[in-house]
Design a protein around this ligand. Structure first.
Ligand code: B12
Ligand code: SF4
Length: 512
């Protein structure tokens, strides 16, 4: 069968590399993009080929892979199935409009969608968008080939949610894949796109012009932070590929010339032994790339950090989240400030070049003083970079359920939205106050950095300065103080819209 695999992007998180930065040679017909590769479709393509299917991939970050081009390719090549892949709530409107367009041109070709948001909202999507014929819930490696073999009998495909006439049918849940080592490595060559190691921000922040890709060595996370839907997506399990399988892929990437790899694992740092095996393998094989990953501070196998450094790990991102224990506990983060300090200082002591801290502000119960405490805490830590985002709530998280229980969110009407907590929750400071505190906090943090650690700050700016214009570095430094304009702004819950409220009724709804 012929299958079109289309990755639909959130355009806030990718950019074409500006011409003036495009110094190295790309192959003929290839473009350069600052962003993350579409690992979902790159993973599924070779699996489908192994089953004997022909696959064509599209990624909407490519200027020649926009809705009209995909529609034209559908008309010319008449694939048997169109599979749309996307990650988050923010991309759903684009997926819907693409599905409608493709369906209009080729009503007989089935359209199946999958990915994190689709998994959490399968029945709602089918109820909402007639152009989409079915949703694949969860991992696609076994589900998609099964679906292709049973196009005439969708009822037999575990994990499929589909439309039987007017009725939405949810088949039995497909079990999680037991052995993640059984699949071929992702296809990173068929798309005519070279991804550049960069921060996908509104200012082009290119970190290196090295060949860059992402890789996933494990899936899931056993924790239950209230704002995260990974535990629900991965059913509370952490599953991993063997170190040999991971090293095989790393060897391939190394031989293909990749020199920068980002591990998109939800929690890479969970298993000491595995980290050790992977790192030793990288060292023994003399693999050339630099790599980075994310993880929890309490899991850092401190004794592995020297080995990680030796194995060319140059970036570590920690979910720090807050600088007060009160807020950490409210978020059910199950970590202490002491653990944060320890992990960050050990990572720096062992020479990890860039240690990043993810923070959230505007959490339930957080005061202005708590926000400032987070900035002060960040200033004390030896972090190289940090991001302070306002806490958001997505369907599938414990916080979403809490908001339903508190009467803030109406699941039936709000399911396809995402919210900044400060816009909807009366127990959260108003967005205006959060933003004001953030500006103050950033000013404090920058001042402490520049005057307290001038050499480190200079070195860091030099990393950015290698590929960025001075004016862009200034813009980047200034960006925390500017208002960001997202293509799709967060919504308000149906209840607030109905009542004509632009702010939650602070004090009127009970807090938990
Ligand atoms: C890397 C990453 C990013 C990267 C972007 C990656 C990219 N390609 O553009 C960056 C940092 C830019 C990013 C940004 C954002 N992200 Co993000 N991201 C991730 C992360 C950590 C890994 C994604 C990944 O590489 N997975 C590996 C591949 C192999 O998995 P996959 O794509 O899911 O594909 C598998 C299945 O889903 C399925 N599948 C996929 N497509 C299809 C299609 C069909 C037809 C079928 C049957 C199956 C199928 O099969 C694949 C193999 O099993 C995930 C967490 C996660 N575990 O998924 C969060 C995650 C997807 N992101 C999330 C969010 C919220 C965002 C942002 C909105 C954050 C923000 N507010 O700024 C933005 C918007 C992203 C967007 N829409 O493009 C949430 C989504 C929650 C939700 N309900 O919406 C997640 C789940 C994280 C979380 N903790 O909640 N993200
Ligand atoms: S935020 Fe991180 S630690 Fe918390 S549940 Fe999600 S993946 Fe796990």
């Amino acid at each position: 069968m012929k299958v079109f695999l289309v990755y639909v992007r959130d355009e806030n998180f990718c950019r074409l590399l500006p011409k003036e930065l495009d110094r190295s040679n790309s192959g003929k017909g290839r473009i350069k993009v600052m962003g993350f590769p579409p690992l979902g479709i790159q993973t599924l393509a070779p699996v489908l080929r192994q089953h004997g299917h022909r696959v064509r991939m599209f990624d909407t970050c490519h200027p020649q892979m926009q809705a009209e081009h995909i529609a034209q390719a559908v008309a010319e090549e008449r694939p048997d199935v169109i599979a749309l892949s996307f990650l988050s709530t923010t991309t759903y409107p684009a997926v819907k409009s693409l599905a409608q367009r493709l369906k209009l041109g080729a009503p007989q070709i089935p359209i199946i969608v999958g990915g994190a948001f689709a998994t959490m909202n399968s029945d709602r999507i089918l109820g909402d968008c007639p152009a989409i014929d079915c949703v694949g819930v969860g991992e696609g490696e076994e589900l998609l080939p099964d679906y292709l073999s049973n196009l005439a009998d969708p009822g037999s495909v575990a994990g499929l949610v589909w439309r039987n006439g007017g009725e939405i049918v949810e088949n039995v849940l497909r079990p999680l894949i037991g052995d993640l080592n059984q699949f071929p490595y992702p296809d990173r060559t068929s798309l005519p796109i070279d991804f550049i190691e960069s921060l996908p921000l509104d200012v082009p922040a290119v970190l290196s012009l090295d060949k860059f890709c992402t890789m996933q060595t494990s899936r899931g996370c056993p924790y239950a932070c209230i704002y995260c839907d990974i535990p629900s997506l991965a059913r509370g399990k952490w599953r991993y590929r063997s170190s040999e399988h991971v090293l095989g892929e790393m060897q391939q990437l190394n031989d293909m010339g990749y020199r920068s790899i980002y591990l998109t694992d939800d929690h890479f740092l969970l298993n000491r032994k595995r980290i050790s095996e992977v790192c030793r393998g990288i060292i023994e094989r003399r693999l050339q790339f630099q790599w980075g990953c994310e993880g929890r501070v309490d899991a850092v196998a401190v004794d592995q950090l020297p080995l990680m450094k030796k194995a060319n790990c140059n970036f570590l991102a920690f979910g720090v989240e807050a600088g007060t224990q009160k807020v950490l506990d409210r978020l059910n983060k199950k970590q202490t400030l002491k653990q944060v300090e320890h992990a960050v200082s050990e990572a720096k002591r062992h020479g990890i070049a860039r240690v990043h801290g993810f923070f959230v502000i505007g959490s339930p119960g957080e005061t202005e003083e708590d926000i400032l405490a987070s900035f002060r805490f960040a200033a004390r830590l030896k972090l190289d970079t940090f991001g302070f985002n306002r806490l958001c709530v997505y369907r599938g998280t414990p916080l979403w359920q809490e908001y339903i229980d508190r009467g803030i969110i109406d699941d039936a009407r709000d399911w396809d939205k995402w919210f900044k907590c400060s816009d909807i929750d009366p127990s959260v400071l108003s967005s205006e106050r959060v933003n004001r505190r953030r500006m103050k906090g950033y000013a404090l943090l920058f001042a402490r950095r520049i005057f307290g650690r001038p050499i480190r700050t200079y070195k860091l700016l030099r990393i950015f300065g290698r590929h960025m214009k001075k004016s862009d570095i200034l813009k980047l430094l200034w960006s925390p103080f500017r208002r960001r304009t997202l293509t799709r702004k967060p919504d308000l819950p149906a209840r607030m819209i109905e009542l004509g409220l632009e702010e939650p009724e602070r004090g009127a709804v009970s807090t938990m």
